[in-house]
Write a protein that binds this ligand. Structure first.
Ligand code: CA
Length: 332
């Protein structure tokens, strides 16, 4: 068990060592120190509340007590009045939008837990005495839903990305987008939406996928992680001994870095917590670190932010010939 230092949060599942990706105590067969050095980074920042991370996914349970304080709220919109108060084309988009069902409810009963887990890894509320902490304790989550049961449509994903870019251009400080999904659809319209987001100042962090395949030689690579767009970081998953996850995709040019993605505890709908694995859960560690970085230096460009994350990795043998950076994410 950890005794919380001044720079560490009091969240019980952090202190009991469950959040090995942040601080690995060597429990459950893990290798102590095989983590993103979160505690060292938290000496510099615990994440600013004016930094917004878009979670483009299957929706987020915004009532979860470990997420609710960190959910972005649209200052220009009056809840439930049936009016598009901020004249952005979306009625009552108070907490984001559902691009699948085309309404303002960013979480519906029956939605899976995927987006809620992703959100908790990025910015589960830190130091609030309950549950978990995210990488960035205080940054804001903007839930943009396009996935439902059975998956999602590329056209809806594009609409979600374009909404995000529009809101950035309207002054919302969205610096990072988390895309923990993919397919073999190499839609040039999807790539265009991502490059437009980059031009507006948004880093896009994308999961490499879970087929265990070398993306550089693959006949049908995973997208959007496989796009050449310069504002994308493609993320593989590592375990608690810094091994590449068995199912994780990789690739010397198409995958940029690894991050913890095996046995990751996070928030789930209904006030709960659960463990899950996959590159979907490695990706939000990178998004959270990006939020910390712009909390320290708000003036970072997308290129500088991306380069800082790449340059800051911790080299590990399992990723040396499998990713562009050769290393695992390090927040410090
Ligand atoms: Ca609106």
């Amino acid at each position: 068990f950890l005794q919380a230092a001044a720079n560490e949060p009091d969240d019980p599942r952090y202190l009991d060592g469950s959040l090995w990706g942040l601080t690995n105590l060597g429990l459950a067969g893990g290798l102590a120190g095989a983590d993103i050095d979160a505690a060292t980074a938290w000496e510099m920042t615990q994440g600013e509340s004016d930094v917004v991370v878009a979670v483009i996914d299957g929706g987020v349970d915004i009532s979860h007590p470990d997420l609710a304080p960190n959910v972005w709220r649209n200052p220009g919109e009056v809840a439930g009045n049936g009016i598009d108060d901020d004249a952005n084309g979306f009625i009552d988009d108070v907490y984001g939008w559902d691009f699948r069902d085309r309404n303002s409810s960013v979480f519906d009963a029956g939605d899976n837990s995927h987006g809620t887990q992703v959100a908790g890894i990025i910015a589960g509320r830190g130091d609030n005495g309950i549950g978990v902490t995210g990488v960035s304790w205080n940054s804001r989550i903007m839930p943009l839903k396009f996935i439902g049961s059975g998956g999602g449509f590329t056209a809806d994903a594009i609409a979600a990305i374009n909404y995000m870019t529009m809101m950035r251009q309207r002054g919302v400080n969205i610096r990072v987008a988390n895309l923990s999904w993919g397919s073999t659809d190499s839609s040039r319209f999807l790539e265009r939406a991502i490059t437009d987001a980059g031009a507006a100042g948004i880093l896009v962090v994308a999961s490499a996928g879970n087929s265990g395949v070398d993306q550089d030689g693959a006949s049908s690579p995973n997208y959007p992680s496989g796009f050449a767009a310069e504002n994308i970081l493609a993320v593989a998953a590592t375990d608690n001994r810094d091994r590449l996850a068995t199912d994780s995709n990789y690739g010397l040019t198409r995958v940029d870095l690894g991050a913890p993605g095996v046995g990751i505890l996070s928030t789930v709908p209904g006030r709960g917590y659960a463990v899950n694995s996959g590159t979907s859960f490695a990706t939000p560690f990178v998004s959270g670190v990006a939020a910390l970085a712009v909390s320290v230096n708000p003036n970072l460009t997308v290129t500088e932010l991306r380069q800082a994350i790449i340059a800051g990795v911790e080299p590990v043998p399992s990723l040396s010939s499998k990713t562009a950076s050769g290393g695992r994410l390090n927040a410090a």
